[in-house]
Design a protein around this ligand. Structure first.
Ligand code: CP
Length: 310
């Protein structure tokens, strides 16, 4: 099978195929075994990754950096804009040229939609989008789909119920779009009316003939959900009055989880801010702490390996 990741940037999920996903998942399985048995190896020795995190991150930055280290590589961390020449007015395009002179791959998070693509246009090395504003978070979608495959044993004929804030939530955009490549996947978006699914994603689903619905009532769909994908209210992207209007309205507790099928999953890209009660954490359906988070590192190890080694 051809490695389509090799020497390529990953800015969006739009062009990913099932073969790409399964190649990545197979490599992630190998990475998990490698980490559990030996801690890692040296296949990325003398390769260096720039980790440009102009927006806060725990999981994505931590897992990319540990992924690189577990494979013997090095990294340049840039956290926030104040310690970078961006604060002096350097453009994203020039920043792409700067790091292309020093590293083999760039991972970048930024608050502006399209910013990672902009930097990648001038970069001479592959660039990975670690989240660009309210737009996309492709590696989150890949680790989410990998987790669904591992836990439910399939990626077809599933009902994915997204629950919470959709209007500013990049993991929803990337996951909903990526799921369109798998057969007979049905989606429901349950959100307050003020923060519904973004129109470009709605159009994307329509163009791909995906069966989906939107509602504000979780009780209508919870008993049919294979995956309940919970989101945080993105306070940082909205006016304070809107935040206070919707925060705390959509909560997952054991009363809700008891309405779900026995073989189903509760997912959340995290961080959570009260939208999943801690009482849910011990339920076998809870995948956010014990499955998605570790899978994030295995998927990012696999991705770095496939991008840097053919
Ligand atoms: N899921 C996710 O992107 O988490 P971080 O913001 O902590 O990276």
């Amino acid at each position: 099978m051809k490695n389509n990741f090799y020497n390529q940037s990953l800015i969006t999920v739009d062009n990913l195929t099932k073969n790409d996903c399964f190649m990545l998942f197979e490599r992630a399985d190998e990475m998990k075994k490698l980490v559990l048995e030996k801690g890692g190896d040296d296949r990325l020795k003398r390769r260096i990754m720039a980790a440009l995190f102009y927006e806060p991150s725990s999981r994505t930055m931590g897992s990319f950096i540990t992924a690189m280290q577990r494979l013997g590589g090095g990294f340049v961390p840039v956290v926030g804009t104040s310690d970078s020449s961006i604060s002096k007015g350097e453009t994203l395009e020039d920043t792409g040229m700067v790091y292309s002179s020093y590293v083999d791959v760039i991972v970048m998070r930024h608050s502006q939609p399209g910013s990672v693509e902009k930097l990648s246009k001038k970069a001479l090395v592959p660039v990975i989008n670690a989240g660009d504003g309210i737009n996309e978070h492709p590696t989150q979608a890949l680790l989410d789909v990998y987790t669904i495959q591992n836990e439910l044993g399939k990626l077809e004929n599933l009902h994915i119920v997204f629950f919470g804030e959709m209007g500013h939530y990049r993991p929803v955009n990337s996951l909903a779009k990526l799921l369109t490549i798998f057969p007979e996947v049905k989606m429901t978006f349950v959100s307050p009316p003020e923060v519904k699914l973004q129109e470009p994603v709605r159009q994307y689903l329509r163009k791909n003939n995906i069966q989906f619905q939107e509602t504000d009532d979780i009780k209508k769909v919870i008993n049919d959900a294979d995956v309940l994908y919970v989101t945080r209210v993105k306070k940082e992207y909205m006016a304070e009055n809107l935040y206070h209007k919707i925060q705390g309205k959509y909560i997952v507790d054991m009363n809700l989880v008891h309405m779900m099928k026995r073989k189903s999953m509760v997912m959340h890209p995290l961080p959570r801010v009260g939208e999943i009660k801690e009482e849910v954490d011990k339920d076998p359906r809870a995948a956010y702490l014990t499955k998605q988070m570790p899978n994030g590192m295995y998927i990012r190890m696999a991705l770095l390996d496939l991008i840097l080694n053919n």
